[in-house]
Design a protein around this ligand. Structure first.
Ligand code: FES
Ligand code: MG
Length: 590
């Protein structure tokens, strides 16, 4: 396509609107004041937003401030005009009480900008965990041409000859500190070694997961997700991304053309193969809702559970972002999935080719880092969706359950997939830290640890606290983990076997709200069930008492946004979206 196509662009409503010459003059006047000319604004060139997520407050995405220069040059080369503007920061490690609180706020802000300003298309700069879904959700709602530019992971971290991966090294170094093997200075030194350059987390945490899924959805140029932030290819793909969005505007290639059911199913398969974060179902289900595709955790189990783990990255594996890129990144993973028949060939991407056309023949460059489909790291790498009187939906990665683990909780030797244990219940992370070593709880290796009050309403935005360490006396005996279940989330950089994202949460009167310490709980993986073993009358009575007390207590709101979001937020299984926002989806084409 060329930019000679005689089509009136959206931005001309502002800058070239004969029906309203007065307003046109006003719009032009102010956008002149930093040097843009009338010719640039009125000649019908596409005006392209660069949604800037980087700032000093957002170090994971800060490199986008530099990359935006290459994006601008790409836009200019292709005949467009670039307008860069800020997106509300979402820094995973810096925002209190939790960065997840701000995903929907950044979404709302970006929707207003994309809708209310003279933009014909937008480059979404993504990186840190929630920046990727927030940007794609907004583009889905407004449905103007949009392309993702990932910022890329940091270089590999190294300490004394070993790779130190973002997040993952913190869990390990904390254990060494607790065991007295290192002092606090040593602890900081090890943790700092995992962040050697600009970029986002270099492990397969939520950032690399969501950027890989953005690519699998077809929202970025092929190969974009894995390129490390400081590499020259990163600046080169920034330039190509800028060029491409201009043509996408002329082609009127919109998110609704790309974010189809087939695209979401492709992304779910890729999530299993890369060993993606347990936060991915929340964010992908949210994007789907904003584009009008029905997607739930049953789809995740149906499409994703039996897909094999191919990518050997920390926390599940050995390597980090640089090796993932050199081994072929997302295109090499998709190519393996194509051979296994796990990819739909109907999903269009931003370059107007299908995902299959983009990735077919992109062979793996390093078989240690990305395994071929016939030699995987583990089978059944996806999630199952558990239901019962504890919750309507919660996800679990079954591939991390060890044999030793199975034996400990087996209720019937003939049924290796059903487990029973005594529940120990904590009301939030503070209560857990306060009481985990309380001898009165009599925690042994047959207990299940529960944490509640940590969902989208209870701990506004949902806390990453479900992976809990056993009490010290068990750790000393070599019991390093107990099954953990909760209505919160788990860091994508942690590899614990947990049942997560339970919906509805306790604060929305889900079954966790009436669970009591010492209740017996049964998890049946074959049936996909999780139940408190009490009779219906007793359960009903507990819910009656809960309602009488006015429901599960939630902490005070600390900011206006916490209160606003709590009033309208959906549960994790529905993507934690703002419920009133869903009806604004623009489904232009089928
Ligand atoms: Fe920002 Fe991990 S903390 S990407
Ligand atoms: Mg995280």
């Amino acid at each position: 396509m060329t930019n000679s196509t005689p089509r009136k662009l959206r931005s001309q409503l502002w800058f070239d609107n004969p029906d309203n010459p007065g307003m046109t003059a006003l719009y032009l006047e102010r956008y002149h004041n930093f040097g843009l000319t009338r010719e640039e604004l009125q000649s019908g060139k596409p005006i392209i937003g660069i949604a800037q997520t980087g700032s000093d407050l957002s170090p994971c995405n800060r490199h986008h401030i530099v990359l935006a220069e290459r994006v601008r040059e790409g836009i200019r080369t292709q005949g467009g005009i670039a307008f860069e503007f800020p997106v509300h920061p979402i820094q995973e490690t810096g925002k209190r009480p939790t960065a997840a609180l701000d995903r929907n706020l950044a979404y709302l802000g970006l929707v207003e900008v994309l809708f209310g300003y003279p933009l014909d298309g937008v480059v979404l700069t993504t990186g840190c965990d929630k920046t990727t879904p927030a940007c794609i959700m907004a583009a889905a709602t407004v449905n103007i041409p949009a392309i993702v530019l990932s910022g890329g992971p940091m270089l590999n971290g190294w300490y004394k000859g070993e790779r130190t991966g973002s997040g993952t090294v913190v869990w390990k170094a904390r254990e060494q500190l607790a065991a007295g093997e290192i002092d606090y200075e040593g602890f900081i030194e090890i943790v700092a070694s995992s962040a050697p350059s600009v970029g986002h987390c270099n492990t397969m945490g939520t950032a690399t997961t969501m950027n890989s899924l953005a690519e699998a959805l077809g929202m970025s140029l092929p190969g974009c997700a894995a390129i490390p932030a400081p590499y020259r290819e990163r600046a080169q793909i920034a330039y190509e991304t800028g060029r491409r969005i201009v043509d996408m505007v002329w082609e009127d290639l919109k998110p609704s053309d790309i974010l189809t059911r087939e695209a979401f199913e492709n992304a779910i398969a890729v999530n299993s193969a890369i060993g993606g974060s347990t936060n991915a179902p929340i964010h992908l289900n949210a994007i789907a809702r904003h584009i009008g595709v029905e997607l739930d955790n049953d789809d995740w189990q149906r499409v994703g559970h039996d897909v094999l783990l191919l990518v050997n990255l920390q926390p599940a594996g050995a390597y980090l972002g640089e090796e993932f890129h050199r081994a072929g990144g997302v295109p090499a993973v998709v190519n393996e999935l194509i051979k296994a028949g796990k990819v739909s060939d109907r999903a269009m991407t931003v370059n107007r080719q299908t995902l299959v056309e983009n990735c077919h023949g992109r062979e793996i460059e390093d078989h240690d880092v990305i395994r071929p489909y016939d030699d995987p790291l583990v089978p059944n790498a996806g999630f199952i969706n558990l239901k019962g009187n504890l919750f309507d939906s919660a996800i679990m990665k079954t591939s991390v359950i060890s044999d030793e683990f199975r034996q400990r909780y087996l209720s019937n030797p003939d049924d290796p997939n059903a487990f029973e244990g005594r529940a120990i219940v904590f009301d939030g992370p503070e209560d857990y830290h306060h009481r985990i070593n309380d001898p009165a709880l009599e925690i042994d290796e047959h207990c299940l640890l529960f944490v509640r009050g940590t969902g989208p309403i209870g701990y506004p935005g949902g806390a990453e606290v479900v992976n809990m360490q056993p009490p010290d006396h068990l750790i000393k005996r070599g019991i390093l983990s107990l099954p953990c279940i909760g209505d919160g989330r788990q860091s994508g950089t942690s590899g614990s076997p947990s049942i997560l994202n339970a919906s509805p949460e306790a604060a929305a009167s889900g079954g966790l709200a009436v669970l009591q310490t010492n209740d017996k709980v049964r998890i049946d993986l074959n049936r996909g069930e999780a139940n408190i073993l009490i009779d219906d009358a007793e359960l009903e009575e507990r819910f009656r008492v809960l309602a009488e007390k006015g429901g599960f207590p939630i902490p005070e709101h600390q900011t206006p946004w916490q209160e606003i979001q709590r009033d309208m937020v959906a549960q994790f299984d529905e993507g934690m979206v703002l419920k009133p926002a869903i009806k604004y989806q623009r489904v232009a084409q089928g």
